[in-house]
Ligand binder design. Structure first.
Ligand SMILES: [Zn+2]
Length: 145
């Protein structure tokens, strides 16, 4: 279709830097947690992933094969609910950006995912600083991003 083609071309013309800028500004919409699933809309895409709790050395991770994200089971505790959900947002956004938009996981994808994670936490009136301390201290200790 003509219009679709035009839009595609327009999108292609965006430089990577501009695209990252735009993604940073784009909010995650219709975020839902139901059962063991996270779903939302982002950048015109419907994203849905199963959430699996397990022993996770790197706090959280996503599957390259399945529509699935992994969260360390220590985050299932009730007092960590906001942190848990924020992590799910991060992983699901990162997975989408790496797989569908072909961004570098450790650079752009992680950067944008972190922004969406932070926005979610702010919306929930969570404390970013304490969330960061719980999550990222572990990460850095592992030598990961
Ligand atoms: Zn990340």
């Amino acid at each position: 279709m003509q219009i679709g083609k035009k839009i595609k071309l327009k999108k292609k013309k965006l430089s990577k830097k501009e695209l990252v800028k735009r993604l940073l500004k784009t909010p995650v919409k219709n975020l839902k947690f139901s059962g063991k699933k996270i779903s939302f809309e982002f950048f015109g895409n419907k994203i849905s992933n199963a959430i699996e709790l397990k022993k996770e050395d790197h706090v959280a991770e996503w599957s390259r094969r399945h529509k699935k994200i992994f969260i360390d089971k220590n985050f299932s505790k009730k007092d960590l609910n906001k942190s848990f959900k924020a992590l799910c947002v991060h992983e699901a956004v990162e997975k989408f950006l790496a797989e569908k938009m072909h961004f570098n996981v450790d650079k752009e994808a992680h950067l944008i995912a972190t922004k969406k994670e932070k926005e979610f936490l702010e919306k929930m009136h969570g404390n970013w600083r304490s969330h960061e301390l719980i999550v990222y201290w572990n990460w850095h200790r592992q030598g990961e991003h």
